[in-house]
Design a binder for this molecule. Structure first.
Ligand code: CA
Length: 239
């Protein structure tokens, strides 16, 4: 039996699932979302290819049999542009598909039907391989976050954050000094099909701000009216 691996992947990791069977696509989207990933679902080869090329994904789960372009053609097109880790879904009995998949540049394959726990384990293995040289710690003026241990602190004091607050802070620290629009935060932290009518971004920013800024004179999260939010220190400006 496969066990779930420890949950230690960085936040804000987006996964692209390219699967035309609605039931399986939704099952994968739900399972991966519940495992902490931000998931986009493409239902045709062309949509999958375009999203894979334009989007910022940590990995792609790619079905072979797709309408329009098949999985091999999608893989070939994506490989010409970038080295995104790809897990291909093939028919279990089809040895030819597996060989072709690996020859076309897939990083791993999984035969259908499969257990979700195995898909998750293989995906995490692919992400870990790609992650080795990536930075997992970000800091600004005593505010620190470690994506591997999932700990955050300010001036050595541990911050107790929810999963979304942690993802939001990670994104703001990675892009410190840049104004991030609400729609960008919504998409990166909550996913592509985010309902823009809700005020969940404002609410989460307010809670995060209370946790990281309330006890300190030097505020780090700022509202830029009509634009969004920025993480930066403005302490020097006041002197
Ligand atoms: Ca299919």
């Amino acid at each position: 039996m496969l066990r779930y691996l420890p949950f230690n992947h960085p936040h804000n990791v987006r996964i692209l699932v390219v699967e035309d069977e609605p039931k399986l696509g939704q099952y994968l989207q739900r399972g991966l979302s519940e495992s902490g990933f931000v998931v986009d679902l493409a239902v045709t080869g062309i949509q999958g290819r375009d999203l894979a090329i334009q989007g910022d994904y940590g990995a792609m789960v790619l079905d072979v049999m797709l309408p329009g372009l098949d999985g091999f053609e999608v893989l070939r097109a994506v490989r010409q542009v970038k080295s995104l880790p790809v897990l291909m879904l093939t028919a279990r009995s089809d040895v030819e598909d597996r060989v072709r998949g690996l020859q076309s540049g897939a990083d791993d394959y999984l035969g259908k039907p499969f257990a979700f726990s195995e898909l998750l384990a293989r995906l995490q293995a692919l992400l870990r391989r790609g992650q080795l040289q990536e930075t997992t710690r970000y800091a600004h003026k005593g505010l620190e976050i470690d994506l591997t241990t999932r700990k955050a602190s300010r001036d050595g004091q541990r911050l107790d954050l929810t999963a979304k607050e942690f993802s939001l802070l990670a994104l703001m620290l990675k892009r410190q000094g840049q104004v991030l629009a609400r729609t960008v935060l919504a998409e990166q932290v909550w996913g592509m099909n985010f309902d823009s009518e809700t005020n969940v971004v404002e609410v989460t920013v307010r809670r995060l701000r209370a946790k990281i800024d309330d006890a300190f004179p030097d505020k780090l999260i700022h509202t830029v009216r009509g634009m969004g939010y920025v993480l930066e220190s403005r302490a020097e400006d006041r002197q």
